[in-house]
Design a protein around this ligand. Structure first.
Ligand code: 6PG
Length: 503
């Protein structure tokens, strides 16, 4: 156990060590992701120039982890750019937001037309679109690339999702594909995603799905703990077993490991000493707000974000737990059968969450004019990234067979998987409701499934209500789509109807 805190090392005034035109690529930003990507690139035979705003960090890195390697430390943006072979390839690994704009500003005076600037942080795709347009005016190429896999992935092989100016791809593709993770047949988990902010969009959806996966795993844990009274050790065995089947994935694998880990100080399972308040950096929220903006039902992903918000209300929850009544029911039945149901509930919910993420990408591609290849996206996520999972092969196969698939749920493989799992899924959600154990992701995924397969939803009544109180009009079942009608429900409304518009 160690406590972490921010450091604020001051810049040193060490003189610039000039090395001209020697480096294949430059990386700005030597936090752990940046450092590890640099080491990964160097390990694959590339010479890498590095720069960090706090120059002491360059020295520490060059004298430490990078000692003896083909890594050139630069102490000013100018020396950094000069160290690069043209066309210069610069990867920014700095925090999303203002730091990216500031880094661009610092580098711009030294870059030349045809040079390539890349952002490997978790930037919002709209910022990437804006920056790409700006740099295009200056004759530079811009790439916004998602990089997933955490520290370990960055060092040994991340999933990389680049998008932006396509002319950059031949120059950066060989480096990115050399350092990326690979699927079993050797295909790299990195491919050109598309224009503008599409690379960062795909990474954002990856993170939204990551939120969903983590929440659903948490709900399975909560049910085994709350309903079955399983110990962390026993749950660890269940997750390890699940990891050998249809749920084979990085997040299930690490969950098994986490549940088996004890706190050094107390000997208590680690999971029991960690406070139940979740943090978040905002990419799940972006996925959800984007889904709302585009009118895509992605409620399971949004529920996962809201579940983190609910967890953060720790003090209020502690108070409410002594005030608000829950059911008296205790779980009864066969624990093994329930665990088997739970595996299917988790699998089915996961399919729905991914279906939402892929639908969001499909709608965004139409909205922003991107050509996305969903099979290739699934392949990029197959290795290296946090959501890597065996079932991404099935998603790839579904989109390869039917690239225009309107929804993943309709692919024969997933249609059949859901038909097979739905009985177990409904039993699990029913048990959770009866026992008062919150399962927002499981239940919202089930509602998504039931909603999507409903020929008729109660929106007819809702339209009647809108028309009743605000003359908002409705379409009729016996008239062509696009013709709107208004009824004078009270006899006092007259004929005036509202025109359709969105605020
Ligand atoms: C990845 C992750 C990463 C993300 C962290 C933390 O793909 O490597 O998605 O990009 O920043 O998982 O995210 P939260 O703090 O929002 O949980």
């Amino acid at each position: 156990m160690h406590e972490t805190q921010g450091t604020g090392a001051a810049a040193t005034d060490i003189s610039t060590q000039d090395m001209i035109g020697v480096a294949d690529i430059g990386v700005v930003g030597l936090a752990v992701m940046g450092e590890n990507l640099v080491l990964n690139m160097e390990g694959r035979g590339f010479t890498v120039a590095v720069f960090n705003r706090t120059v002491a960090r360059v020295d520490d890195f060059v004298d430490g982890r990078a000692a003896g390697l083909r890594i050139v430390g630069a102490r000013s943006p100018e020396a950094f750019v000069r160290a690069l072979k043209p066309p210069r390839r610069v990867l920014m690994m700095v925090r999303a937001g203002d730091p990216v704009d500031q880094t661009i500003e610092h580098l711009l005076p030294y870059l030349e037309p045809g040079d390539i600037l890349m952002d490997g942080g978790n930037s919002h795709f709209a910022d990437t679109e804006r920056r790409a347009a700006l740099l295009r005016e200056r004759g530079l190429l811009y790439v916004g690339t998602g990089v997933s896999g955490g520290e370990e992935g960055a060092l040994h092989g991340p999933s990389i999702m680049p998008g932006g100016h396509a002319e950059a791809w031949p120059h950066v593709g060989p480096i990115f594909q050399a350092i990326a993770a690979r699927v079993a047949d050797g295909t790299p988990c990195c491919d050109w995603v598309g224009a503008g902010g599409s690379g960062h969009f795909v990474k954002m959806v990856h993170n939204g799905i990551e939120y969903g996966d983590m929440q659903m795993i948490g709900e399975a844990y909560a049910l085994m703990r709350g309903a079955l009274g399983f110990t962390p050790e026993r749950m660890s065995e269940v997750f390890a077993r699940w990891n050998e089947g249809r749920l084979d994935s990085y997040l299930v694998e690490i969950t098994a490991r986490i549940l088996a880990t004890k706190d050094d100080a107390t000997g208590v399972p680690m999971v029991d000493v960690i406070l139940d308040t979740a943090g978040q950096k905002g990419t799940g929220k972006w996925t959800s707000t984007t889904a709302l903006d585009l009118g895509v039902p992605a409620a399971t992903i949004a529920e996962a974000v809201f579940a983190r918000c609910m967890s953060a209300l720790k003090d209020e929850r502690v108070t409410a737990s002594g005030v608000l009544a829950g059911p008296d029911a205790a779980w009864q039945g066969d624990a093994d059968a329930f665990v088997a149901d739970l595996e299917l509930a988790l699998y089915a919910s996961k399919i729905c969450s991914y279906a939402q993420g892929f639908s969001l990408m499909r709608l965004a591609a139409v909205e922003y004019g991107w050509q996305l290849d969903y099979g290739r996206v699934a392949q990029m996520w197959r290795g290296g990234c946090i959501i890597r999972a065996a079932f991404l092969d099935d998603i790839k196969a579904a989109y390869d067979a039917s690239p225009l698939l309107p929804n993943l749920l309709l692919a024969p493989f997933f249609r059949d998987a859901l038909a097979g799992a739905q009985g177990a899924w409904r039993r699990v959600v029913g048990a959770a409701v009866t026992l008062g154990i919150p399962v927002p992701a499981f239940s919202s995924a089930l509602a998504y499934y039931d909603g999507y397969r409903s020929e008729r939803l109660p929106a007819n009544l809702l339209q009647a209500q809108r028309d009743y109180f605000g003359a908002h009009t409705y379409e009729r079942v016996d008239q062509p789509r696009g013709k709107f009608f208004h009824t004078d429900w009270t006899g006092e409304g007259g004929d005036t109807a509202s025109t359709p518009y969105t605020v």
